[in-house]
Design a protein around this ligand. Structure first.
Ligand SMILES: Nc1nc2c(ncn2[C@@H]2O[C@H](COP(=O)(O)OP(=O)(O)OP(=O)(O)O)[C@@H](O)[C@H]2O)c(=O)[nH]1
Ligand SMILES: [Mg+2]
Length: 200
């Protein structure tokens, strides 16, 4: 499917629920460790460069950033967790910001969990996968930076990720890279089929 985005606009940044935008649009939130590539994935699927701010230093996104796409769907860039040099209080604040959003946001239709295809999922990644599972939501995991592995190594690591996150039949695991358009296309195919479920 060809995706035509007419308008992608940064709406606002929030750290607490009083600041969340008041809209009825369905939301899709990107969650994962700091530096896994959440903001990069948002740029790639929107076909924009440095729209969501990207950094080689972990801990770039520290607020919840809401992006309005064609007044149809909101993409939500969450702060990363597991940032190694974060202090105890910074970690606690981050967990609170993420946890509040996930538990409070009624229009949240889909959480997209990102894990780096090169690494074994962390304890936090596993906890997040379990939380998605126990919320009854569809499990959708993107394995990022797939350009960094050979095809064989990627296949092997995808199996490892399935095992580590205890993915089951019906759960979705898709490789993603900013260096090709395949993952981005798969993202939109999923969104159009299961979230927007509309005309296009
Ligand atoms: N080679 C390659 N590098 C990537 C890819 N995706 C992201 N990166 C790089 O990974 C680094 C982190 O990317 P971000 O998108 O800022 O990661 P993030 O998950 O938003 O990080 P936080 O905002 O800190 O939570 C940047 O240097 C990106 O250029 C990819 O598909 N391939
Ligand atoms: Mg980010």
């Amino acid at each position: 499917m060809k995706v035509n985005i007419h308008k992608a606009e940064f709406l606002l940044s929030a750290v607490k629920k009083e600041h969340y935008p008041v809209t009825t649009m369905p939301e899709v939130a990107f969650i994962g460790r700091s530096n896994v590539g959440k903001s990069s994935m948002i740029n790639k699927i929107l076909g924009r460069n440095n729209f969501a701010r990207v950094s080689s230093k972990p801990g770039k996104t520290v607020t919840i950033n809401f992006y309005n796409i064609d007044d149809k769907i909101m993409l939500v860039d969450l702060p990363g967790y597991g940032y190694a040099s974060a202090s105890h209080s910074e970690r606690k604040a981050m967990t609170g910001i993420i946890g509040d959003y996930l538990s409070e946001r009624r229009q949240l239709m889909q959480v997209i969990l990102l894990v780096d295809c090169r690494h074994k999922p962390s304890v936090d990644d596993k906890a997040m996968a379990q939380a998605i599972k126990s919320s009854g939501g569809q499990m959708v995991v993107f394995a990022t930076k797939s350009d960094k592995l050979s095809k064989t190594a990627l296949e092997k690591n995808l199996e490892m990720i399935v095992d580590e996150l205890e993915l089951e039949d019906g759960d979705i695991l898709i490789p993603f890279s900013t260096q090709n358009t395949e993952g981005a296309q798969n993202f939109w195919d999923y969104i159009y089929d299961f979230i927007l479920d509309d005309e296009e």
